[in-house]
Design a protein around this ligand. Structure first.
Ligand SMILES: Cc1cc2nc3c(=O)[nH]c(=O)nc-3n(C[C@H](O)[C@H](O)[C@H](O)COP(=O)(O)OP(=O)(O)OC[C@H]3O[C@@H](n4cnc5c(N)ncnc54)[C@H](O)[C@@H]3O)c2cc1C
Length: 468
């Protein structure tokens, strides 16, 4: 490879940004193309946080964690088809990824919460706004600084949609063709990193959702409209196509907000899983809990479907004062958007929602007892934060529904982020990172592990591509 190789990064979400910075750190030049007018992708929306095992923040909070424990939780969540090399890459590099973010970009990740399927609290966020915004804005700012201060090191092109990868006679990837408002252009490079995100908004007639999961086609999504699986198409349209893994595996997130102003909207805001981590409970239309709120996402979504099918909707998410205070910035935002409503008491809510007050009183009373250890939750919840609920006290309430959220399927890579063909052979010059890759989470992705996947595999891709 050239002395100062040029790395072409497709996609400016957290994976593409992490890859770009790492490639720069390893001496490369970077060209970053993104089809949208603004960088950030779905990464900017992420609201719960990023996972890390054995981090400085965990140690400060007295949380005992290990790479092995994180590995085990991820493997259990992934199910029988789990791929050890990818899980090992994700979990073993997690603490390093967080240190990179906090030291190199001064991102605050000092708070740690526990999301569904994790044995211990390990999802990190800061005290300010949404963690996805905090991370992407810091990485974008620094990239722009390098672009303006160091001649020819970085070129960022927004509104530039990549439509084809360029191959030489041997099948090596040597660049990409993109289009923008002015026309079509070729961009040559020594290596290409695909970081185009997932396909949870691919509602085209012959797209990935309609082809692989027609049963989910009618669902709303929490993804931005860029998430149409472009990277998958680019990588599978080669002379020797990339292999795809787990393409039918799509995560349905339990808590999309039903906006009272537009209840049928196809794109929905996501109610962060951190709300449940901080003590929020879920109730059916009769005011009864029906699931351990801290179960894995696939389990919670599955139980919600049973409730909906049984005609026991609407499903609501409820927070007491303590749990809403723990996520004040989030809740202030949801309240301002009209997605959540505050009631002076649970009783006031029960009257407005026309649900039996006695049921709500029982639900709140028993949840409080489980939290105090005076009884065992028959639904299996064992970790309690802010568990004290009373119908006499204020509550925040939102109606929620399952939404398409994250696509587990994607391009097959090895633990060096090299794209593999159907024989498992690396395609020369081609790397991939972030949600566009498949095989890491298989059956179910743990909350907080996608931002981590973007940073870990983005950094691996940036380093491998720049160093070879
Ligand atoms: C509402 C919401 C909340 C979430 N919260 C969390 C959370 O708290 N924790 C967590 O771990 N995960 C969370 N996730 C998931 C996580 O945010 C994403 O999976 C992750 O950010 C994906 O990062 P990425 O860089 O791979 O893709 P993205 O951030 O989606 O970026 C992909 C980029 O590629 C560009 N692109 C696409 N196609 C092309 C093309 N043809 N040419 C050029 N550019 C292209 C897009 O415009 C986009 O900018 C959340 C997701 C959503 C939707």
């Amino acid at each position: 490879m050239a002395n100062q190789p040029t790395i072409l990064v497709i996609g400016g979400g957290l994976a593409g940004l992490s890859a770009s910075h790492t490639a720069l750190d390893h001496g490369a030049r970077v060209v970053l193309l993104d089809k949208k007018p603004n960088l950030g992708g779905n990464s900017v929306k992420a609201s719960s946080g990023i996972n890390g095992a054995n981090t400085e923040a965990q140690k400060k909070h007295g949380i005992s964690d290990s790479v092995q424990l994180f590995y085990n939780d991820t493997e259990t969540s992934a199910g029988t088809l789990s791929r050890p090399n990818l899980i090992q890459a994700l979990t073993a590099n997690s603490a390093g990824a967080l240190t990179w973010l906090t030291t190199q970009f001064k991102i605050d990740l000092s708070l740690v919460s526990r999301l569904g399927g994790h044995s211990v609290p390990r999802t990190h966020r800061g005290t300010g706004g949404a963690p996805g915004w905090a991370m992407t804005s810091a990485l974008i700012k620094k990239l722009q600084e390098v672009e303006s201060s160091q001649f020819n090191r970085v070129r960022v092109r927004q509104g530039a949609k990549v439509i084809r990868l360029l191959e030489d006679g041997s099948g090596k990837i040597v660049g990409a063709e993109y289009e923008n408002e002015e026309g079509r252009y070729e961009e040559r490079a020594d290596a290409v990193i695909i970081a185009t995100g997932g396909y949870a908004a691919d509602f085209s007639d012959h797209g990935y959702l309609s082809k692989y999961r027609p049963d989910l086609f009618a669902f709303p999504t929490a993804s931005g409209d860029h998430a149409t699986g472009d990277g998958l198409l680019l990588a599978t349209s080669l002379q020797k196509p990339a292999a795809l893994l787990d393409i039918e595996k799509i995560q349905v997130h339990p808590t999309g907000f039903v906006d009272p102003k537009s209840p049928m909207a196809k794109t929905k805001f996501l109610a962060a899983e951190a709300l449940r981590g901080a003590g929020a409970i879920l109730i059916n239309g009769s005011g009864e809990r029906f699931v351990n709120e801290l179960e894995r996402r696939d389990v919670v979504s599955g139980k919600m479907h049973e409730v909906i099918k049984a005609g026991e909707a609407p499903i609501r998410l409820i927070l007491n004062e303590e749990s809403s205070a723990a996520l004040k910035t989030h809740c202030d935002f949801y309240l301002a958007k009209g997605l959540m409503k505050r009631y002076d008491s649970g009783e006031e809510f029960a009257i407005e929602a026309k649900l039996p007050l006695e049921n709500l009183r029982n639900t709140f009373g028993s949840h409080t007892m489980y939290g105090e250890g005076k009884a065992t939750d028959p639904l299996g919840k064992t970790y309690f934060d802010n568990s004290w609920y009373s119908v006499e006290k204020p509550v925040l309430v939102a109606e929620i529904t399952p939404v398409l959220h994250y696509t587990m399927g994607g391009i097959s890579v090895d633990s060096s982020a090299r794209v593999l063909d159907s024989q498992g052979v690396p395609i020369s010059g081609l790397y991939a990172a972030g949600e566009v890759i498949g095989g890491v989470h298989v059956r179910n992705r743990l909350g907080g592990s996608s931002l981590l996947e973007a940073v870990v595999f983005g950094r691996i891709a940036g380093e491998t591509a720049a160093s070879l």
